[in-house]
Unconditional design. Sequence first.
Length: 317
Amino acid sequence: MRDYDNDIQPLKEEKRLQELLGEARKKRDKTLEKQITKKLVKLYVSQGEYFKMADEPDPNLAKRYLEKALQWQKDHPSANYRLGYLYYRRREYTKAVSFFERALGGSLEEELNDTQRMLANMFLVNCGIKIAKEAIQEINDIEGNVYTDLEIERIERYKNEILVLDEEIFDKMFYRKIENGREEKIGEYEFINFKPDKNQVLLKRSDHGMEIHFQGFEPISLNPKSFYTLYGIVTAKNFRTYRELREIATNGSGQEISDDYIRQIIRRLSRDLPYWGHIVETKSILHPETRRTMAGIKLADGFSACVLCRVEDFLPD
């Protein structure tokens, strides 16, 4: 279920930034106006990603926020990339192409990272293949036209040249598996059908949302804050403090999380996951600088973790 209390905060921040922007314009302070606009765009982009991958994904709301970002900055690389991906998933390939091309063009101040650049190019090629297939179907539908008889040999030659790439090469590069500190790219079939070992905790992020799998229990849906909190716990080599988990969950979800809220998340997880007491170990540890005692948490000995996600998904350090 969506956490509406936390959805309200970005709306307040949007209103605050718009008011500050209005004041900057009245003062004709171009430098301040540019700074506030950048913050507003960043807010819209983070909300677009949030609603794309929330516990109840809302692609329409994600699309609306990304379009808002592009109203303020038409060449924003990440906003164009993410909006292109939404159109790609909706099979609107022609629209997707224009956004991927803008994303690859970047802006004067920023550009896509290497992974996003690789994927944007792959999506562009795949869009071309999809559009070509649709065009070929149109060709097949009109091949009986008597006016094409003289050109039939040339048409057949080009048809055989168009589809030189196998769509399966894209499926093999869209997903990744992180296990025991090792990362590898996997295909869609393995992503869908992967079964964790008996004592392995599986965190899975897909277009359908975020889940935790363990043994014979039913998969449990997670919101982004809970997912990244668990990610911080199960991937820890040593005990992690609540402060460290807060930073990981904040960076992963794109939403600011307080110390109190991270404690609420952990209490909620301990209540909702019937196997929590088996897979999680807690103990008091000393802060290396202050030497004060604080709570530490990690995956219990004897258990391992696996994370499945798309290649493009961000996983904080």
